[in-house]
Design a protein around this ligand. Structure first.
Ligand SMILES: NC(=O)c1ccc[n+]([C@@H]2O[C@H](COP(=O)([O-])OP(=O)(O)OC[C@H]3O[C@@H](n4cnc5c(N)ncnc54)[C@H](OP(=O)(O)O)[C@@H]3O)[C@@H](O)[C@H]2O)c1
Length: 398
């Protein structure tokens, strides 16, 4: 039975409370938008809030917010800096445009006449003014943002390393290269600050949330602090590239959790679960549309957004008593079945096998073609062909 939304008397009260909370939330979100610069030359926010130590479960963590770093403070902090953003893929695009809109001095360095060079020109970067070859951009930059693909960071390191001279800062958006240095060979120079800002999402989202006046959450970390200012610089950079709120981490924890999460519940795990559920429904005689709706459409269109907005308990409470009872009973069985797989996955991340696999595959000259072939195989799966048809039926797509 599907998890239809049945609003009982008890959960009417619950929803009323949730709505009140939502109103409070949206009020504070509005207040924040009002303090956030809407356009490059907007008035500066007057509210400066302090660093927060927030108790998440039993651990107290340090969190910084955009309001801690109003634009005039960012301008002053980076007044002598040039951000040399190397690579213009997903993150380069998002972080670069946000830095530019924040009024900071940013230049892009990519291979001349490659796909990224063309994409950068389309986004308004001008050759010779703020768009250069990789080497030229590094020579002009004080903060070198290495946003090449992780495999390319390893491949180009022997050429790039000598250009990261004393006085510059080296920036990454993933702990991958320095943490797995035995495999990547990215041994950083000893005399520069090395920092990380890792947005928790695609570069496209880094950009779209910033444009909406919101901000992605990111983690920040320090690998090497030679100036004594590396941490503060990482925090300021996290805000400068468009984050709304940021958490402290280490390079190791960032790369381990990130590789684990994307292979698990964020991407690989959820795809595996969708496929398993869909296949069983089809093998047991259900129609394609029914199997798709009960596996993906209801999840993404109704239930997952509720979890995102108000939490898992709210989602349970917003569903029928029948759906709720079954889900509560089956959830521990799934957890028990899956936990060993998650442990295997974590081991494979920690021992470097996932890094090795990624470097080997993504360093092949024809990796894009091979990847495209795999995407085509996914597109061709019945479940996703059905999904394409189902999406067309949504009224907003008619
Ligand atoms: N994408 C995400 O969702 C995400 C999220 C958080 C963190 N990160 C991290 O951010 C960093 C950048 O990731 P990304 O996804 O933005 O990368 P990407 O989209 O794969 O971008 C690749 C860039 O690297 C350049 N490149 C590839 N091989 C090269 C080579 N041999 N020489 C010179 N340039 C080369 C490409 O230029 P051409 O066009 O010339 O090939 C392109 O500009 C990575 O460390 C990644 O782990 C990514």
């Amino acid at each position: 039975m599907s998890a239809r939304m049945i609003i009982s008397r008890s959960n009417k009260a619950f929803m009323a409370r949730a709505l009140m909370r939502a109103e409070v939330r949206s009020f504070s979100a509005l207040a924040r938008v009002a303090t956030r610069p809407a356009a490059p030359k907007a008035a500066m926010p007057s509210l400066v809030r302090g660093v927060k130590n927030i108790k998440f479960a039993d651990d107290t963590e340090t969190v910084h917010e955009r309001a801690d770093w109003p634009r005039e403070k960012l301008h002053d902090y980076f007044k002598n800096d040039t951000f040399a953003l190397i690579g213009y893929g997903s993150q380069g695009h998002g972080q670069g445009l946000n830095l530019r809109d924040n009024g900071l001095n940013v230049i892009v360095g990519v291979r001349k006449d490659g796909a990224s060079w063309k994409a950068a020109i389309e986004d308004g970067w001008v050759p010779g003014k703020n768009l250069f070859s990789v080497d030229e951009a590094i020579s002009k930059g004080t903060i070198v943002m290495n946003l090449l693909s992780d495999a390319a960071q390893s491949e180009t390191w022997p050429h790039i390393k000598p250009q990261i001279t004393k006085g510059k800062t080296l920036y990454f958006s993933h702990g991958f290269s320095p943490v797995f240095k035995d495999l990547t060979k990215v041994e950083v120079p000893k005399d520069v600050d090395v920092i990380l800002v890792a947005p928790k999402g695609s570069g496209r989202t880094v950009r779209s949330l910033f444009k909406e006046g919101r901000g992605i959450n990111s983690s920040y970390a320090v690998w090497q602090d030679v100036t004594g200012k590396a941490e503060e610089k990482a925090i300021a950079m996290a805000i400068a590239v468009g984050s709304g709120y940021i958490y402290q981490t280490t390079f190791e924890k960032e790369v381990h959790s990130d590789l684990y999460g994307e292979r698990g519940a964020l991407m690989g795990g959820i795809h595996g679960m969708f496929l398993a559920q869909y296949e069983v429904l089809r093998e047991r005689g259900h129609s394609p549309s029914e199997a798709f709706n009960e596996t993906v459409e209801e999840a993404t269109q109704s239930l997952y957004p509720l979890i995102g907005k108000y939490g898992m308990d709210y989602m349970y409470d917003a569903c029928s008593t029948t759906a709720r009872r079954g889900a509560l009973d089956w959830s521990p069985r799934f957890k028990d079945a899956l936990k060993p797989v998650f442990n295997q996955l974590y081991d494979a991340v920690i021992d470097g096998s996932e890094t090795k696999r990624s470097l080997e595959f993504n360093s092949q000259p024809d990796y894009r073609d091979k990847f495209e072939k795999e995407l085509q195989e996914i597109r061709d799966l019945e479940i996703w062909r059905v999904g394409k048809e189902v999406r067309k039926l949504r009224p907003e797509n008619n």
